[in-house]
Write a protein that binds this ligand. Structure first.
Ligand SMILES: Nc1ncnc2c1ncn2[C@@H]1O[C@H](COP(=O)(O)OP(=O)(O)OP(=O)(O)O)[C@@H](O)[C@H]1O
Ligand SMILES: [Mg+2]
Length: 431
């Protein structure tokens, strides 16, 4: 019989990157075509996010080169802000690190795993370092880096300062990957980029395919989307633990000022109502809030009526741009609608947009193209709430035969927090 000591000899602590190395499928790395598209997706979403936040019209260049059987080099270049040298290893080498996960703001990325996951996939399939060229406008660096998966960090193995940056600002990342392949199917980078271009008409995307063919997805709108805004959390979306974590990290001293400054839709009057219902004094030192008190406050949040959260920080694509986007299928008729903002889980605002195109290049049946925060969702359609919503419609009432009517349905969900079904971010959970 083995003892506890015997069993616990095997006890080990895994780092987050070791975990995702073992479970790369959770990040979407399953199958040769899908893995290729996921790599491109992670780099493109970052490029578009960085451009959007900085108010830059995106110019993105993607190149895929074949190196051998199921072996490719992928590079993505953007014209965003560039990344300061001291952040490069954290951006590309550390999982759960980034500028987005902790902010209540609409963005394509929301976990801090995407591109570090791509570098991890590259390293574990090829053993090769990633190359990053980045210029912040002043300094330009070319860096080769590896990952230390045990420590969840990146290690620079070579760095060169480039003197003449020709005025270029932005980031280019080059990785190699094996166990990937390239074709032109619906699930390929080609279709992914086409879909990205439809939902981001302000972006110009240039794509060089492995056989050297150059494809340009042109900019069809020079209008820069408004940059998304950081939004305060709404009481209805808060848990007891959220309150305590926020209370410990806030600048306010008293509960009253904490509630009013830290959350949205809490006026002086509402704060007094919270005090009355929860029995926790607004003069309470917020740093000393107990679990029991925070729990009573959350219960009060559930009972009290608050105005719905503001959605002014959410930036939908807009009906005009959706029509422009779906015109790519040359439809006989198209229509689009941006619905009014709603909330889920009580306090998280979202906006649904739908475009519908009839005829044109579509074959028979309904083709659903799904997006979350303008980022195409190409995989896991079956388990996605968007798909379920479309299926739940009684199409016969509209004279549509789901088998034969040639329809393209464009659906974009915009939110500060997209409820993805997994870290691979390809399907929306049913709430
Ligand atoms: N091309 C880029 N230009 C500027 N900053 C970037 C770029 N790519 C990544 N970053 C920065 O690196 C961080 C980490 O990127 P990463 O893709 O790993 O996570 P994320 O985009 O925050 O979330 P997700 O895991 O959902 O993709 C980003 O939050 C951003 O701050
Ligand atoms: Mg990302």
């Amino acid at each position: 019989m083995k003892t506890a000591d015997d069993l616990f000899k095997e006890f080990k602590i895994l780092s987050v990157s070791e975990f995702f190395k073992k479970n790369a499928d959770m990040l979407g790395y399953t199958g040769k075509i899908r893995s290729m598209t996921v790599l491109v997706h992670e780099m493109i979403t970052n490029a578009l996010d960085a451009c959007e936040e900085a108010g830059i019209l995106p110019e993105i260049r993607v190149e895929i080169d074949q190196r051998g059987e199921f072996h490719y080099e992928i590079s993505v270049e953007d014209n965003a802000t560039g990344i300061p040298l001291k952040f490069i290893t954290n951006v590309f080498g550390k999982m759960l690190a980034g500028s987005k996960a902790h902010r209540n703001m609409q963005s394509r990325g929301q976990q801090g795993i995407g591109v570090s996951g791509a570098v991890m996939y590259s390293q574990v399939t090829t053993g090769q370092p990633a190359t990053i060229v980045s210029s912040t406008g002043e300094d330009m660096w070319r860096v080769k880096m590896n990952l230390d998966l045990q420590k969840n960090t990146g290690k620079i193995i070579e760095k060169n300062k480039i003197k003449d940056n020709d005025g270029w600002r932005g980031t280019k990342i080059i990785i190699e990957a094996k166990d990937v392949t390239y074709n032109k199917s619906r699930y390929s980078p080609h279709n992914y980029l086409r879909m990205s271009s439809i939902a981001n008409p302000h972006a110009r995307i240039e794509f060089i395919e492995p056989d050297g063919t150059k494809i340009v997805f042109p900019r069809s709108s020079k209008e820069m989307p408004k940059p998304p805004k950081i939004m305060k959390l709404h009481p209805k979306g808060m848990s007891t633990d959220d309150i305590l974590v926020m209370a410990r990290n806030c600048r306010a001293r008293k509960l009253g000022s904490f509630l009013r400054s830290g959350l949205t839709r809490v006026s002086r009057k509402k704060a007094e109502e919270i005090e009355q219902v929860s029995g926790v004094s607004l003069d309470k030192d917020v740093g000393k809030l107990t679990w029991d008190e925070a729990e009573r406050i959350v219960k009060a949040f559930k009972i009290i009526d608050f105005m719905a959260p503001s959605s002014e920080g959410l930036i939908p694509i807009g009906e005009k741009n959706i029509i422009k986007g779906i015109s790519l299928v040359n439809p006989e008729f198209s229509v689009a609608i941006t619905r009014s903002p709603r909330t889920y889980k009580g306090g998280i605002p979202f906006i649904i947009e739908v475009g519908l195109a009839y005829g044109g290049k579509n074959g028979p049946g309904i083709d659903i193209i799904r997006y979350a925060n303008r980022s195409p969702l190409v995989f896991d359609q079956g388990g996605c709430a968007i798909n379920e919503a479309v299926k739940s419609i009684d199409w016969r009432r509209y004279g549509v035969n789901v088998e034969s009517t040639p329809l393209t349905l464009f659906v974009n969900v915009t939110s500060t927090h997209i409820p993805y079904t997994s870290a691979g971010k390809q399907a929306l959970a049913m709430e």
